[in-house]
Write a protein that binds this ligand. Structure first.
Ligand code: ADP
Ligand code: MG
Length: 259
């Protein structure tokens, strides 16, 4: 085994008095575009069953960070570990489809030509009946099983978002990456869907890395907030601590729209 791989033996961290291996750990990730580090020495952990929120203004490098974890983009420096195992460094790379990572993006639309059930079953392995049973189970969890044979356009925006959540959870991913998943929804629906999403993710014990530019969303959903600015994490901690002890004036200004 080459020297590089031995880095995968990670120390576990203390959480609530127990030793816990992070579900996801990224270490010293950098990504350059045209000579500029848009993600600059970012390190993060997500514990099993927890929501870590990558919070920061538009353009600070949040989506680029998620794309590297998903494996659709390569970092220029740094390593990514899942359950303590190296999945990606600058030479070694587990392909995206073998990372057991679920994705939910704002514009990650459902397939219009597939039924709701087939959307949820898409990408599952196994026989037709088995896939349909799993789709039904997940649709049940988001209270939409009655729409299994309908098509996405017959559902409201909020319902479509819940189907997208069911689809992302169907293969039981170890980690869910969510990039501004609620920003396309109107305010009236958003709080309900956030809460419902959160309770489903907790029930499934999924580790979540949620990206948002909205402090209020981070405060509502996160167990841990990593505040990002110009490609760097400038502060990290429990939501209450990050909010009540902002690292600098810019952080105060950024949080000022939480009420
Ligand atoms: P965020 O998700 O926080 O809004 P992004 O990760 O999308 O930020 O982008 C971070 C920075 O990287 C931005 O300045 C963006 O213009 C730049 N960027 C993103 N992708 C590319 C690319 N493929 N080529 C060049 N620049 C890019
Ligand atoms: Mg983005």
């Amino acid at each position: 085994m080459p020297e590089q791989r031995t880095k995968s033996a990670l120390p576990s961290v203390q959480a609530e008095g127990h030793e816990v291996t992070p579900r996801l750990e990224i270490r010293n990730i950098r990504r350059f575009f045209e000579g500029r580090a848009v993600v600059d020495d970012v390190s993060l952990t997500v514990l099993p069953g927890q929501v870590t929120c990558l919070l920061g203004p538009s353009g600070c490098g949040k989506s680029t960070t998620l794309r590297m974890i998903a494996g659709v983009e390569m970092q220029d420096e740094g390593e990514i570990y899942v359950d303590g195992k190296l999945i990606c460094d600058t030479i070694f790379r587990v392909p995206p489809e073998r990372r057991e990572i679920g994705l939910m993006f704002q514009d990650f639309a459902l397939f219009p030509h597939l039924s709701v059930g087939d959307n949820v079953a898409f990408g599952l392995k196994g026989g037709k009946d088995q896939k349909r049973a799993r789709a039904r189970e997940l649709l049940d969890r988001v209270s939409l099983a009655q729409y299994i044979d309908d098509y996405p356009h017959q559902l409201s925006g909020g319902e479509q978002q819940r189907v997208a959540l069911a689809r992302a959870l169907a293969p039981s991913p170890k980690i869910m990456l969510m990039d501004e998943p609620f920003s396309g929804l109107d305010n009236r629906l958003r709080d309900g869907i956030r809460d419902e999403t959160l309770s489903l993710l907790k029930e499934e014990d999924t580790a979540v890395l949620l990206v948002t530019h909205e402090p209020e969303e981070a405060m509502r959903m996160a167990d841990e907030i990593a505040l990002m600015r110009d490609g760097r994490i400038v502060q990290q901690g429990a939501p209450y601590n990050v909010y009540t002890r902002p690292v600098d004036k810019a952080a105060v200004a950024f949080f000022s729209d939480v009420n």
